[in-house]
Ligand binder design. Structure first.
Ligand code: ASP
Ligand code: MG
Length: 403
């Protein structure tokens, strides 16, 4: 019997009707002859509500208590889904992350999985039951409840699929798959029927919101075939699989944009060894995730260093950089929130020169100024003004003939 892991996101289990619809789909998958393990997120905006509530009772949120609080949302979904399955005559048991054997390190609010002891899940399967697991959480090596970071229910699903050797991990959400661009910005964007792990990783890192970044990484490392699909239409979605090198690849697969970043510039930094190391070590120490970095050519022995960070980390980044200004012998720190990133991604780029030129020409024709540039082997990203980003996405989608 094939083993399928199905993960349902917050909107997929947003209310009682949705939970019944999901139960129905699980029952149908069982009847079609597959073993099913379900992973659920918290209903709708439950996690956000819990975090807001925490802020209302205290400005001090000990990470252990934060995890105890926010992990409860997923627990509600598991029990309700099991009840809906019982109504349909499907045997099911709910499991918290801890009960499912997901062991993590002790880094509360963003714990890493260190081991999975899935014995109870395999026992449930053997007993003919559907295990329904609370996503995004585990138990630490110190036996405390931990969470794996926002959006990490995907990771729970992928990790379980990997250790249990599932045939497929299906990620159910409120969109029908991964698109060539955000359909709200580019109406003629199309659904990709398959993308490679590498492309998915770049899409997630570039701000494509469909799949959680660490999950894409985990799926690639363990070669877990994924399918992202809609729990509203149930139509076939996007397959994320190993790169098929026997086929001719599209040069550009998708144009992704991200409006969640901000730019920080440290001006007048002495151009000598060790300065960038100090700056970025200090940022890493406070867990600020730096994305693109540019250092200008030095004039008269000083230079500017610019970098982007998630806007939610901007305040911390500016504080950290500000504290270092004197130490570094720099002039000042400035920040800019009116920026956005546009990226073109495609595995075919490796063997096709000229993509960068086309990208820059396209932006030039639109009169869009490029602020920062960064690249990987299959991605080119430009930081542009926020007000220009949607125009940039549409122009690039046209230029690379993705419609
Ligand atoms: N409920 C958690 C969150 O909102 C985890 C998830 O949805 O994947 O971040
Ligand atoms: Mg979610």
């Amino acid at each position: 019997m094939p083993l399928v892991v199905q993960k349902y996101g917050g909107t997929s289990v947003g209310d009682a009707d949705r939970i019944r619809a999901v139960a129905d789909h699980v029952a149908r998958t069982r009847r079609a002859g597959a073993e099913v393990i379900v992973v659920v997120s918290a209903m709708g905006k439950t996690t956000d509500d819990l975090i807001r509530l925490a802020g209302e009772v205290s400005s001090v949120q000990p990470p252990r208590e934060y995890d105890m609080l926010v992990s409860s949302g997923e627990r509600i979904s598991t029990a309700l889904l099991c009840m809906a399955l019982a109504e349909l005559g499907v045997l099911a048991s709910s499991f918290t992350g801890s009960q499912a054997g997901i062991v993590t390190d002790t880094d509360h609010t963003k714990a890493k999985i260190v081991d999975i002891r899935a014995g109870r899940l395999t026992e449930a399967l053997q007993a003919g039951k559907v295990p329904v697991v609370a996503g995004f959480q585990g138990v630490s090596t110190e036996r405390d409840v931990t969470t794996l970071g926002r959006g990490a229910s995907d990771l729970t699903a992928v990790a379980l699929a990997a250790v249990l050797g599932a045939d497929v991990c299906e990620i159910y959400t409120d969109v029908t798959g991964v698109f060539s661009a955000d359909p709200r910005v580019v109406p003629d964007a199309h659904k990709l029927s398959r993308v490679s792990f590498e492309e998915m990783l770049e899409i997630a890192a570039a701000g494509g919101r469909v799949l959680h970044l660490r999950s894409a990484e985990f799926a690639r490392n363990h070669n877990v075939p994924l399918q992202v699909r809609s729990s509203f239409t149930w139509e076939p979605g996007t397959w994320i699989v190993e790169e098929d090198t026997s086929m001719e690849q599209a040069v550009v697969t998708a144009v992704i944009h991200d409006t969640s970043q901000a730019k920080v510039t440290v001006g007048g930094v002495p151009d000598k060894p060790g300065i960038a190391a100090r700056l970025f070590r200090s940022l890493a120490d406070v867990s600020v995730n730096v994305d693109d970095i540019v250092q200008n050519a030095s004039v008269h022995g000083t230079t500017d260093i610019s970098f982007t960070v998630p806007r939610t980390d901007l305040k911390t980044a500016v504080e950290v950089a500000g504290r270092l200004v004197e130490d570094l012998g720099a002039d000042d720190v400035t920040s800019d929130e009116d920026v956005a990133k546009v990226s073109v991604i495609g595995a075919g780029m490796k063997s096709h020169p000229g993509v960068t030129a086309t990208m820059f020409e396209t932006l030039a024709e639109e009169g869009i100024n490029i602020d920062l540039i960064s690249t990987s082997t299959i991605r080119i990203s430009c930081i542009v003004r926020m007000e220009d980003v949607e125009r940039a996405v549409r122009a690039l989608h046209r230029a690379f003939e993705l419609a």
